[in-house]
Design a protein around this ligand. Structure first.
Ligand SMILES: Nc1ncnc2c1ncn2[C@@H]1O[C@H](COP(=O)(O)OP(=O)(O)OP(=O)(O)O)[C@@H](O)[C@H]1O
Ligand SMILES: [Mg+2]
Length: 251
């Protein structure tokens, strides 16, 4: 599904290398988690994959179902089935949440040569999905994320994901700032989307999230590289002992 090979990334503005050869393959139907110390490059990886400005790929490749995504515009990547839930979701003043969702859905459908979703079908769908995430009608009408609490923004990201049904979902610290109940809701939202044809990359600092969203594979990132890969037990080890042992192991 998602194949990242020897990815090196510099900042555009200054001479600084952030990613120093990331290798990672997420198979369809699998959930991969990335953990790692602050500043190790986890968000940078997700930004580069989504096509955000400000980064320069100097070496390596990233493909989605065999297609080079690094050459695509951000919206083309989205139409190709890539979705990123941001660590810091952006506010879009003046654009209603529902309008945003419907526009995004239809833009993607159009790019795939599909018909637009009808207003009635859209309304039915968004109401049903919002309900399971406990997002009320009022929040659907408000401008995207404007004035939403931290946890509301994160739930709204999962609503976007549930509506767009991407092939490859990247979640960057979707658990941060969530209360215990919201964490469960968000995890259920993610689990409901788990499917043989869909891959997930879940970036998190906490094993707690991985209790709900059970990962198949756990990677540890440090200083711009994946330094260790294992099963769910790796997350437990981090929770218990921190990163010191793993870092010294590979040093
Ligand atoms: N625009 C920028 N200017 C300067 N440094 C940057 C910029 N963007 C990223 N960096 C640096 O790149 C490194 C990786 O940042 P990144 O946000 O990817 O880390 P992270 O692993 O997501 O950390 P966290 O766990 O805290 O979210 C950090 O040292 C950060 O300061
Ligand atoms: Mg980050």
């Amino acid at each position: 599904m998602l194949e990242i090979k020897n990815l090196h990334v510099d900042l555009e503005e200054e001479e600084k290398t952030i990613l120093k050869g990331v290798n990672l393959t997420v198979e369809a139907g699998k959930v991969h988690a990335i953990m790692g110390p602050n500043g190790s490059g986890k968000s940078t990886l997700s930004y580069v994959l989504s096509g955000r400005d400000g980064y320069r790929v100097t070496e390596g490749s990233a493909t989605l179902e065999g297609v080079d995504i690094l050459a695509m515009e951000p919206e083309e990547r989205a139409s190709a089935g890539l979705f990123l839930a941001f660590q810091y979701p952006v506010e879009i003043p003046g654009v209603g949440n529902m309008t945003f969702l419907r526009t995004a859905m239809n833009a993607q459908r159009k790019a795939r040569g599909e018909d637009e979703i009808s207003a009635a079908d859209f309304l039915k769908l968004v109401r049903a999905k919002a309900k399971t995430l406990k997002i009320d009608a009022e929040m659907l009408k408000r401008p995207v994320n404007v004035g939403f609490s931290g946890g509301e923004k994160k739930r709204n990201e999962i609503l976007q994901m549930a509506m767009l049904e991407p092939k490859m979902c990247i979640l960057d610290e979707t658990d941060s700032g969530l209360d215990v109940d919201a964490m469960k809701l968000v995890s259920e939202g993610v689990n409901a989307l788990r499917d043989a044809g869909r891959g997930f990359l879940v970036i998190t600092h906490y094993q707690r999230l991985l209790d709900h969203i059970k990962p198949d594979v756990v990677h540890i990132m440090s200083d711009g590289r994946i330094i260790k890969t294992g099963g769910p037990e790796l997350a437990l080890e981090v929770e218990k002992n921190g990163y010191a042992d793993i870092l010294s192991e590979v040093a």
